[in-house]
Design a protein around this ligand. Structure first.
Ligand SMILES: *Cc1c(COP(=O)(O)O)cnc(C)c1O
Length: 400
């Protein structure tokens, strides 16, 4: 018989009862170091005193009023995001896919309103992940995810990640913009070269295209800067955010330059839950922590420490790992083909460490941004033991 909870996921047989910082406890009392953060989302870890207090207090006052009225928490959160980024205006929604839908609508509307309605296509990249709505499945372009859901939505062209010649060749009279993750998360924790991001900015300027960044996973401090594109010293025209911006509370956002945002007039876009007092109070509490003096420098420091540890781990276990890749606290251990990331993930669980599998047989490590170097070291020891767990089985394979 089908489970009451629809079986759309392959779940590990673990149920967590409570968390504190980077640690989670199961209902049967086992403790795990959470280096997955609920897929790069619980950016402040679990039970963060400031975030949980703000949420509890706001929930008791008023949670939801709809966008028929002013929402002071949303006005404040938008103003703070504008002050801290390239953007002039922010739209709030509830998830990453929804933010990318809004971003794509903003790009299409921009060209339509500027007298070029024929420009609606987006150039996207192989290995991308933009979400699970019908349109974002087409932007993602992964045949496995599209199968069985009818014809893909028109308007997305895919080229190899990092290939500038392919980008130029794909630009046509209908091209409206380029959509890219500065660090591909689900696709295998692959950072775009900073030079490639700069070249995308240039080619957008050359052809009058909009640069649309999907920073749902790479953003909100995870790279060690507030937004990953800041490392390339470029500005997008429009950007999506979600995952970490609510610290675990559902919150998404489209951040845009004025030239884009001004075309999204009343009635052009909306969402019932978006930008509620509760979600935006959570968003403000997350910003309080992440924008506090020295916080992002601390993320950068612990990230470099973890990065060195991951490189050395890969060197010490050449039969398990081919190398390490990623940016900031979004790191991946690229595994050898003989070791699958799901096996390695299970070996980590056996050592008390939570990680997330990613594409291209990568084990993704995305801890909360509040981890200490001591916790990074603990995770590295668990990863080391997990690698050793994987090694004897390889010896057995070789012996057969
Ligand atoms: C997770 C993710 C999404 C989708 O976000 P949802 O909240 O699951 O809809 C989109 N883009 C990127 C880069 C992501 O990592």
């Amino acid at each position: 018989m089908i489970p009451a909870l629809m079986p759309t996921y392959n779940r590990a047989d673990l149920a967590f009862e409570r968390g504190e910082g980077a640690w989670l406890w199961t209902d049967d009392g086992r403790r795990f170091l959470d280096f997955g953060s609920g897929i790069a989302t619980s950016s402040l870890g679990h039970g963060h005193p400031h975030l949980t207090r703000v949420i509890a207090e706001q929930a008791a006052k008023v949670m939801h009023v709809s966008n028929l009225y002013r929402v002071k928490q949303a006005e404040e959160l938008a103003a703070r995001h504008v002050a801290a980024s390239f953007a002039d205006s922010v739209f709030f929604c509830n998830s990453g896919a929804e933010a990318n839908e809004g971003m794509t609508k903003a790009v299409r509307k921009f060209h339509a309103e500027e007298g070029r309605p024929e420009r609606f296509r987006m150039i996207c990249f192989e290995g991308a992940f933009h979400g699970r709505t019908l349109t974002m499945l087409s932007a993602t372009g992964n045949a496995k995810y599209l199968a069985g859901f009818g014809p893909p939505v028109e308007g997305f062209d895919h080229v190899p990640f990092g290939n500038m010649n392919a980008v130029r060749a794909a630009i046509g009279p209908q091209t409206a913009g380029i959509m890219i993750e500065p660090v591909q998360g689900e696709g295998g924790v692959r950072p775009a070269e900073l030079r490639f991001l700069r070249e995308l900015r240039d080619v957008c300027d050359e052809f009058g295209l909009l640069l649309a960044l999907d920073e749902v996973q790479s953003g909100m401090g995870r790279s060690g800067r507030l937004w990953a594109h800041q490392w390339a010293e470029i500005e997008p025209d429009v950007m999506s955010a979600a995952k970490g911006i609510g610290g675990g509370f559902p919150l998404g956002a489209v951040l845009a330059k004025e030239k884009v945002a001004r075309h999204l007039k009343p009635g052009t876009h909306g969402t019932t839950y978006g930008g509620s007092p509760l979600a935006c109070a959570a968003g403000n509490a997350v910003l309080d922590v992440i924008l506090a003096p020295g916080f992002l420098e601390g993320v950068d420091r612990v990230a470099r420490h973890l990065w060195r540890g991951m490189l050395s781990l890969a060197e010490r276990h050449p039969r398990v790992a081919e190398g390490a890749q990623g940016a900031g606290l979004l790191l991946g251990l690229k595994l050898r083909p003989e070791v699958t990331n799901t096996e390695m993930q299970a070996a980590c669980v056996a050592e008390g460490l939570l990680t997330v599998a990613a594409g291209m047989n990568v084990l993704r490590v995305a801890p909360p941004l509040i981890i200490t170097e001591a916790e990074a070291d603990q995770a590295l020891e668990m990863l080391d033991r997990a690698c050793r767990r994987m090694t004897p089985s390889l010896a057995q394979v070789a012996a057969k």
